[in-house]
Design a protein around this ligand. Structure first.
Ligand SMILES: C[S@@+](CC[C@H](N)C(=O)[O-])C[C@H]1O[C@@H](n2cnc3c(N)ncnc32)[C@H](O)[C@@H]1O
Length: 207
């Protein structure tokens, strides 16, 4: 082994140790370093943001819950805690690092982590034996997604949600609302200051 190779191996070993010490936050940080524009944040959402975002959900009336951009599962666990025993959670992420991590760490028969894009939500929901979603929650960084992806995701989401269901969106900028407005006649909004950074909350209701 050359001295350069030895230095690289030492650095790799150090990074591995730091990642293990950080736990899920380390996996999230690695995902951000690999795909900064797609991940859009270095720290997962706070519990306060999660509680506020999920408060309006009618869990008794929820058969299919979809999550876009689950990352390391910060929302998945609280959703599964609230979800009926016979309902399902489909979590869609473009990053294989996150999907592999979710498969390894959340063993729950109601839970399906899917490697793919939120733009394909309709075919993904169908492939899981359902014809609609009751609720969709999104942590996607709408403002940094490639051109055209945000509008396509908002349109597909509106089509897949049943009447009376909702699209729940949290984002650091208010731009997500621009993507929701052409489709959702009623959008409630809120603000989560106890998040790093603080974020905007939107609930778009399908008439
Ligand atoms: C800000 S992170 C959200 C992480 C997590 N939900 C949280 O609250 O801590 C954004 C996530 O969106 C994912 N993502 C980006 N574009 C996507 C797309 N088109 N479809 C599905 N997931 C996507 C990224 O890989 C990343 O996991």
């Amino acid at each position: 082994m050359t001295s350069n190779e030895a230095a690289r191996a030492r650095a790799g070993g150090m990074i591995g140790k730091v990642k293990r010490a950080l736990g899920p936050a380390g996996v999230f940080l690695e995902g951000f370093i690999r795909e900064p524009r797609m991940v859009g944040s270095v720290i997962p959402s706070s519990m306060n943001t999660i509680d506020r975002m999920l408060t309006p959900v009618d869990w008794e009336a929820c058969d299919v819950f979809v999550e876009y951009g689950p990352g390391v599962g910060t929302f998945c666990r609280p959703i599964l805690d609230r979800l009926r025993r016979d309902a399902k959670l489909i979590a869609i992420d473009t990053n294989p690092l996150f999907i592999d991590y979710l498969k390894r760490t959340i063993p729950d028969s109601r839970f399906s982590p899917v490697l793919g894009s939120a733009a394909d939500v309709e075919s993904i929901v169908k492939a899981h034996g359902a014809d609609h979603a009751d609720y969709v929650v999104s942590g996607l960084p709408f403002s940094t997604l490639p051109d055209g992806v945000g509008p396509a995701i908002a349109a597909a989401t509106h089509r897949v949600i049943r009447p009376g269901g909702a699209f729940l969106v949290y984002q650091f900028s208010a731009r997500a609302r621009d993507f929701m407005e052409p489709h959702f006649a009623r959008i409630d909004d809120g603000y989560a200051p106890w998040n790093i950074p603080p974020c905007k909350l939107f609930w778009g209701w399908k008439a």
